[in-house]
Design a protein around this ligand. Structure first.
Ligand code: SF4
Length: 353
């Protein structure tokens, strides 16, 4: 009888139970070999893509108080901010000068900001600058819908009409309510996270999906998360990429050990093996550093994410890996792959060899 590894190598769809068995029983090198074979079957040309963009965190004021977050300020606390238009202008002009093609807009759940504020901001951004706005993760959109007493579909439509082009998959953490109740009790639950993505995809927008692991979850809950993503992707086909990354515990309220590189690479490989309907899997150089990011390219990843001209959330948790575009190109090329700058939809813009 064919072994599971042989079946995976010839395109077999792994069941959640089989993935859990691999998670518990396979060695690191077995997982890497399997994930790399699946990656090469999907992307035989060994290019590794990246996007030049900037994270802009429009406000750090947040009522959600997630236990893993070192970024937010409470309402009224010193250090709370909402970015001015002038700050946006400076950041975006700098991004464009550096060859950037998009901004990633994310922020806290700030009760001072209404849906009209978001709509006005999007209209101004998209009529002033030639830049793609990738913004507002499902918890932000779900919260905005509640604040505005609109449905999620109506809220998504208003943001889209104002110029929003695609949605980042942030705020997923682990898509299991039992875990979310412990790490982010005030954020939207699993069904709402998925509903925002479903409505965005139905409205014609694409999005990414993420998973932040290495805190309170079990291996079975990681499998459950991946299953929810694969099921929604079967339904809508709207996810462009999956981005697993590890929780960074410094300056947070969660007292757990930082996940090892071994744990990261195992979950990355499992993601590539299981998510047969998601084309792109991103390496997280921001949390892992450039050396593990290079190894990640042999564990299923075919994308290096963003150059991140600016990043505030992970760096608030004490992680400060920065890679300018030229460095990112060097890192990819020296791992034996061809670096290619892409846009938000993974269209190739320039080969950077
Ligand atoms: Fe707020 Fe986001 Fe931080 Fe949670 S992770 S506290 S939602 S800013």
């Amino acid at each position: 009888m064919e072994s599971l590894s042989e079946k995976i190598s010839s395109g077999y769809r792994v069941t959640p139970q089989e993935l859990l068995e691999l998670s518990n029983g396979a060695t690191l090198s077995e997982l890497g070999a399997l994930a790399h074979a699946v990656r090469l079957a999907k992307h035989p040309d060994t290019t590794v893509t990246f996007v030049v963009d900037r994270n802009i965190n429009y406000t750090n004021v947040c009522t959600s108080e997630c236990k893993f977050c070192a970024f937010y300020s409470r309402v009224g606390e010193d250090g709370g901010y909402v970015l001015s238009r002038e700050s946006f202008r400076q950041k975006i002009e700098e991004t464009l000068e550096l060859g950037g093609t998009q901004i990633l807009l994310q922020g806290g759940m700030n009760p001072a900001l209404t849906l009209d504020w978001y709509v006005d901001l999007l209209r101004w951004l998209t009529t002033t600058f030639p830049i793609h706005v990738h913004g507002f993760s499902p918890p932000e959109i779900s919260w905005l819908a509640d604040q505005s007493q609109l449905s999620i579909a109506e809220t998504v439509e208003k943001l889209k009409e104002a110029g929003l082009k695609s949605i980042p998959g942030g705020g997923a953490e682990i898509l299991v309510d039992e875990v979310r109740r412990q790490v982010s009790p005030n954020k939207c639950g699993v069904d709402k996270w998925l509903e925002v993505m479903r409505q965005a995809h139905l409205a014609g927008m694409r999005s990414t999906a993420t998973m932040m692991f290495g805190h309170l979850e079990t291996p079975a809950q990681i499998v459950e998360h991946l299953t929810r993503i694969r099921d929604l992707q079967d339904e809508t086909g709207g996810f462009t990429a999956f981005i697993p990354w590890t929780f960074q515990p410094t300056n947070t309220d969660l007292d757990v050990e930082k996940a090892t590189a071994d744990a990261y690479l195992r979950v990355l490989a499992l993601s590539r093996i299981f998510l047969d309907n998601v084309d792109n899997i991103q390496a997280s150089w921001v949390t892992q550093g450039e050396k593990i990011a290079q190894v990640a390219l042999f564990f299923g990843a075919n994308d290096m994410g963003s150059t991140m001209i600016e990043e505030n959330v992970v760096s608030a948790a004490g992680v400060d890996h920065m890679l300018p575009k030229e460095e990112l190109i060097r890192v990819v090329a020296s791992a034996g792959f061809t670096p290619v700058q892409r846009d938000c939809f993974y269209n190739h813009l320039a080969v950077c060899a």
